[in-house]
Design a protein around this ligand. Structure first.
Ligand SMILES: O=C(O)c1ccccc1NCC(=O)[C@H](O)[C@H](O)COP(=O)(O)O
Length: 201
């Protein structure tokens, strides 16, 4: 069985990027959505992305931005994936597909399978992404989608195993749970999260 896919999101500094890569993350995320304490600009993200080996996916994170804006920021920063948290539809995914980037669709709604919008990876997240608040992934009426889907929302080194056992997610995504204060990552917590997520129980 393939290893669990782990994405560390909202990185803003070189030491944090290096820690995520060294810990064995499969993907690292740079937030382009405005108004977040984690927002980076294209030039900053480009410098960070340049530190990342090709084996690790670099992802730009967007919310409520036009396809043109997503395309421009992705090109300027050089990220190889885009993660959309807005109201985008299949036509928007199709438009971005042409550039050959890996497409991540983030939603807090109920979804039956990954791929319905043309996305490569589906991210099931809290309604307020990046808040660190968990949603009801542990509840009895939760049904896991088919395919490649990542669980996000309020995960941390202490609850990620429980979350995986409850949902059977293909991968996990974390931001707040590896921060020592809002918007400020902790390399120690990044390492602890990756280790805990991949621990065999
Ligand atoms: O991080 C943000 O501030 C943010 C803002 C707007 C859209 C998405 C944002 N983050 C997405 C993520 O960091 C993750 O995909 C995920 O939501 C992790 O959230 P959490 O671990 O609960 O902080």
């Amino acid at each position: 069985m393939a290893d669990l896919f782990v994405k560390i999101c909202g990185l803003r500094t070189a030491p944090d990027v290096d820690a995520a890569v060294a810990a064995g993350a499969d993907a690292v995320g740079f937030v382009f959505a405005p108004g977040s304490p984690r927002t980076v600009d294209a030039a900053g993200a480009r410098e960070l992305a340049a530190r990342v080996p090709d084996t690790v996916l670099t992802v730009g994170v967007f919310r409520g931005q036009s396809v043109e804006e997503v395309r421009r920021l992705a090109e300027e920063s050089g990220v190889r994936g885009v993660q959309l948290h807005g109201e985008e539809g299949p036509e928007d995914f199709a438009a971005l597909r042409a550039e050959g980037r890996t497409l991540l669709r983030a939603t807090s709604g109920r979804v039956e399978r990954c791929g319905d919008y043309g996305e490569d990876l589906l991210l099931l997240d809290a309604p307020d992404p990046g808040s660190g608040r968990p949603w009801n992934w542990g509840s009895a009426d939760f049904t896991a989608p088919e395919g490649r889907w990542l669980l996000a929302g309020g995960l941390n080194p202490g609850n990620v195993r429980e979350a995986l056992a409850a949902t059977g997610a293909w991968g996990v995504d974390v931001s707040s749970g590896v921060e020592r204060e809002r918007g400020v990552k902790s390399p120690d917590l990044i390492r602890a999260f990756v280790e805990a997520a991949r621990a065999r129980t």
